[in-house]
Ligand binder design. Sequence first.
Ligand code: GLC
Ligand code: CA
Length: 560
Amino acid sequence: MTDVVTDVVTGQVAPDEAWWRQAVVYQIYPRSFADGNGDGIGDLAGMLSRVDHIVSLGVDAVWLSPFYPSALVDGGYDVDDYMDVDPRIGTLDELDRLVAALHAHGIRVIVDLVPNHSSDRHEKFRAAVAAGPGSPERDLYIFRDGRGEHGELPPAQWSSLMGDPAWTRVPDGQWYLHLFTKEQPDWNWANPAVHAYFLEVLRFWGDRGVDGFRVDVANGLTKRLAADLPTQEELDTPGTFEVGDHPLFDRDDVQDVYREWREVFDAYDPPLMAVAEAWVTPDRRLRYTASGGLDQAFGFDLLRATWDAASFRRIIEESCALAERADVPATWVFSNHDVVRHATRYGLVGGDENDWLLSRGAHPVEDRDLGLRRARAVTLLALALPGSAYLYQGEELGLPEVMVPDDERQDPVFWRKGGKEIGRDGCRVPLPWTKDGSSFGFGDGGAHLPQPEWFARYAADLQEQDPSSTLHLYRRALALRTRLQAAARMEWLDLGDEVVAFQRPGGWCSVTNFGTAPVPLPQGTVLLASDDRGLQDGSLGPDTTAWLRLDGPVDPALDV
Ligand code: GLC
Ligand code: CA
C-alpha cells in the first residue's frame, strides 16, 4: 500500500489529499471484532492482534465505530465522553498504538463522531439537569416546559426513532428532546457553545493523528422548534414542510455546521476527511458535500435494492451522474452495523430481500448458498465501480445474519419497539476467527452476543486454507482494484436485460448475471470471478460477477 494510487494502464495518479476518493474503507465494530483480555467484549488489544488480517485484505482505511465510554444503551452511540476510550475497550494509549500500527501499513483511520446527541451520562447533560431551567448549562440541550395544567404533558406527542416517546421529563418538570433513546439527549445546535465544544472534539482527534470522521446522523443536529410544535403526523408527511426546512431532519442550515468544521479539517495536512451518514434521497445527499462541507456521504441506495438488474443499473446510473455533477465520488455500501448482513438479505427466498431491518413475524426462509453467491457477486460489481466502497467486518468471511434469541438481544430497537423489529444484534455478533476454541477465536472467554454453532464454517482460519473462500476473493478483488483509476468514468455494455455490465479504463470490464440462465461473456481474459463455478465455455452463470480485460482497442471515451 502506498500513499498514491497509480493506474497501471494510464499512469494517472490520485494525489494524497484525495486518498478517500476511491478508498476501500473497512468498518470495525470494536466490541465485536476481537477480544484481547477474554472478558467477552472486543477491545483495542484484540484489534492490535488482528492488524495482520486488516493488512492482508488490502483496504485503504479503517472506520472505527464508537469506542468511547458508554453505558451501551445504543451500542456505544450513546457517548459519555467524546475524548476518551471506554476502559472495557482499552486506553487512549492503545488507540494511539493501533493508529500507528495501521499507519505503518499505509492504512488510514477514521473515527465515529456522534454530534446529534450525547448520552445522558455525559458530564454536560448531568450539569444541564442539575443546573435547572433557564441556566446556560441547560441550554446545551433541548429542554422545554410541558403542556397541560402542570406541564405534565410532553411538549409534543412525538415518538423517537427507537420506538419510545421523543420527550422525557426530568425531576424539576421540564422535558428534553431525544430523537433516539431517552439515554441519548439531543444537543442544542442553536447554542454557539455546542459548536465550540465539537470544534474542540474534532481538534482533539485531528491532533491525535486520526485521518477523518464518520459523522453519525449527519442529517440531524440543527432543528427548528417553533413555539407551537407540529404533530407526529405532520412531521412524517412529505410536503408538510419545505425541503430543507423540516423541523428535525435534513435541514439546510446544518450545512453551516459543516462549513465551520471544514476550516478545522483543512488546517491539517492532508486535510481530515469526513463521510456523512444521512439516510436521505440521492439529490439531497449532495448537499452534505457541496459548498465546502463534508467530503462524502454514504450511498445507501444499492443497499436497499432488490436482486434485479434494472434497479441496479438505475441506481448506479443515478449515483454516478450525481457524483460527476458534484465532483464527489460515489460511495457503495451493502452492509454495516445497522442492517441485516447482505449475505442473508440476498438469500431470503420467498421473503422480501429488501427487508433490510427484518420485521418480526415475516420470518423468511434463508437459502445461505444463494445469499452468499449473490453477496459475492454484488461485492465484485461495486468494487469495480468508480468511487469508494465501505465494507463491514465479517462480510469478507461471507457471514450471514445471526438470529439472536430474544432474551439475549441488546438492541433498544428490539426492546423499545416491543419486539416488532428484531433489531440489529444479528449483524453485531463477534467474529469467528478460528473454527475451534473458545468463542471461535474471538477471545479466551465468551462472546457478548451468542455465536451459533455454524459460525465454525465461516472461520477465518478455515477460509485461509481454501483458495475459493470469500476471504481470498476479497483479497484478490482488492488487489486488482488498486489498478483501477478513481476518477475515471464507466461506460455501460449492453449484454441483455438481466445483465449489469460496464467498462472502465484500459479495457477493464465487470459483468454480473442477475438472470437464471448463463449469458455469453465478451471476448477477453477473465481476471477474477465471484464464483468459479459460474464460468463455463465463455459464459457466465447466474448470480455471478466476472471481471475481464477485453480484447481489442480500448474505448477512448474512458481514457480521461
Ligand atoms: C446511526 C448509527 C446507529 C445509531 C444511531 C443513533 O444511525 O449508525 O447505530 O443507533 O445513529 O446514534
Ligand atoms: Ca475485552
